[in-house]
Write a protein that binds this ligand. Structure first.
Ligand SMILES: Cc1ncc(COP(=O)(O)O)c(C=O)c1O
Length: 383
């Protein structure tokens, strides 16, 4: 397989997630599949074809580089939207290829309009407004410059969207902040309309917002984490669980990460295992070496605390996780041998290790863990 571990991605689970999310937003709302961060670790080239099979025609990325990667895979009917970075010299490529993009300051707007004039093709822009996240977006106080410029240069762009991003819709503790953001967004929208500027799409919601604040759904939703089968937070899960009590499967996990036992050996009592002295064998032990370490996405924080599945049993990591290996204790499992399947995330017989338990063990957000899975681990789609 020319790699030390591999990831399986379930097409059935993905399609079920899309069906569930589409039911929530309704058929008239555009579903934008957020595929930044290598499609949250699932691989852009794996997700785009499955998304298109599920009827998705809009994809959101962070940078022009990600747009370029997506552009190589998408069908001509689909659109790509850049929500973040575009270098000045990437603008021409973006406009030339009909790539949509966020505009959040005058500098980008000037660049977009000048480039559009130069190549005689309209820029397709989404104006991002600052409603309280305090990252990117035009401030309400200084709108008149923007409005004047937009009205002056109407011939050179398509006003595709008016958008903003919420500052933590996944947590109840941000409730007031989100409510204020929604009100301010509406105020922006009214201001644009009063000044003769009507966006084709109003869009503000990410997964958590769409799942818990129905009035954020508007004309398009930018779904990231939820399409991959993860809840943005336990609170979001609880909220939907109560609301959709009749649904059998709300969101389904679609990713499993597996490897194989490389070596099995015995260690006599009184010996340390691995680098340093963090694990002392206090009896004769049987250990298995797995060819996955922190260079492969298995955090060093899991030294002496992580778990994997072998022969349907949960086995603990002993000693420190090294760059390319981890060692697990298989003393009580008969018959473990070289080549046995090791499940790092996923199911084996009746046991499973979920991403969320893995994240808790390694103290990472699911977003972090997924996007840190190295791109060179082979991904296979399973039906
Ligand atoms: C602007 C924007 N929209 C949408 C998303 C998708 O968020 P989520 O993965 O929580 O659905 C992100 C992700 O960070 C984002 O930055």
């Amino acid at each position: 397989m020319f790699n030390t571990s591999y990831i399986e991605i379930s097409k059935k689970a993905y399609k079920s997630n899309i069906r569930y999310l589409k039911k929530i937003i309704g058929k008239d709302v555009v579903f934008s599949s957020v595929i930044k961060g290598n499609a949250y670790g699932h691989g852009i080239d794996n997700i785009i074809p499955m998304a298109e099979e599920s009827g998705i025609r809009h994809f959101s990325v962070f940078s022009a580089k990600e747009a370029l990667d997506a552009h190589e895979v998408i069908s001509p009917k689909s659109s790509i939207m850049i929500m973040g970075f575009i270098d000045d010299d990437e603008m021409e490529w973006a406009i030339e290829h009909g790539i949509e993009f966020f505009v959040f300051d005058m500098c980008r707007l000037h660049n977009a309009v000048e480039t559009a004039k130069k190549i005689k093709k309209k820029a397709i822009i989404h104006i991002e407004v600052e409603t309280g996240f305090n990252r990117t977006g035009f401030d309400y106080e200084n709108l008149s410059n923007l409005i004047d410029f937009l009205n002056q240069e109407k011939e050179d762009f398509v006003f595709k969207g008016l958008c903003t991003h919420y500052a933590g819709a996944e947590s109840l503790s941000n409730y007031l902040r989100i409510k204020n953001q929604i009100s301010l967004y509406r105020k922006f929208n009214r201001y644009f309309l009063r000044n003769g500027l009507q966006p084709e799409l109003r869009h503000t919601a990410c997964s958590a917002a769409a799942l818990t604040y129905p009035n954020t759904i508007m004309d398009m939703v930018r779904f990231g984490i939820a399409q991959y089968g993860f809840w943005p937070s336990p609170e979001t899960h609880m909220f939907r669980f109560r609301k959709d009590s009749k649904e059998r499967n709300l969101l389904k996990r679609m990713l499993e990460w597996k490897s194989r036992v490389m070596v099995v050996k015995h260690v006599e009592a009184g010996n340390f295992i691995g680098y340093g002295s963090s694990y002392l064998a206090n009896k004769k032990m049987k250990i298995a070496i797995i060819p996955v370490g922190y260079a492969n996405g298995f955090s060093r924080a899991l030294s002496n605390t992580g778990r994997v599945l072998i022969r349907g049993r949960r086995v603990p990591v002993v000693g420190t996780v090294t760059m390319n290996t981890m060692t697990v204790n298989v003393t009580d499992i008969p018959g473990v041998e070289r080549g046995d399947e090791v499940v790092i995330i996923g199911k084996q017989k009746r046991l499973s290790i979920s991403i969320s338990s893995f994240c808790e063990m390694s103290e990472q957000l699911n977003y972090q863990l997924l996007t840190r899975l190295p791109a060179n681990i082979p991904r296979q789609i399973v039906p």
